[in-house]
Design a protein. Sequence first.
Length: 225
Amino acid sequence: MAKAISAKGISRDDIYITDKVWNTSRGYEAVKEACKKSLKKLKTDYIDIYLVHWPAAIKHHKDWEEINADTWRGMEALYKDGLVRNIGVCNFKLHHLEALEKTAEIMPFINQIEIHPGLPQSELIDYCKSKDIVIEAYSPLGNGKILQNETILKIAKTKSVSAAQICLRWAIQKSIIVIPKTVNKERLHSNINVFNFELSDSEMKAIDRIPYCGGIGIDPDEADF
């Protein structure tokens, strides 16, 4: 990445870099060391937003609260030292955030989670909004099965848009940041073109009621990595 930026002559101020600390670098000192290694590889003085990739899983760590708290202290230190501009978490459920709040000086700026029609995570979203934590959906289309959902397809037909556009618009109207993945240029254009229509309250509620129909399926309380 650093080579590509240098080759193109792009200003650092024009780039927003997000990086994550992996599970093998949990803890105060390990987090700081991991960040410094990333900064060296990226050849930059700071990272715009640095995220804890996964909480310590309850199933595998009896002291998960202490592990997460110690890891977060390292994140706070990086923020105070100016090495990262913002700090956040990924895959943190409600009880992870409530536990973190007991010791945190700075609450996460963002929580990047799996969220899409069929997995609305309403209670978690409400909590995050009450704490000014931004929600980012890393899988706003789930594993793709939601695109065949009858409710989604019916609404898409009335709007003359795709099922994927309906899913993205649903999240955006909930003030959720979406980062859909695609390598197809046409779908990339379609995913961006979601600001020329709106979903009605009844349409939003209908999508809210869609039962779970497929997603990434990794429970942060059970993840063994």
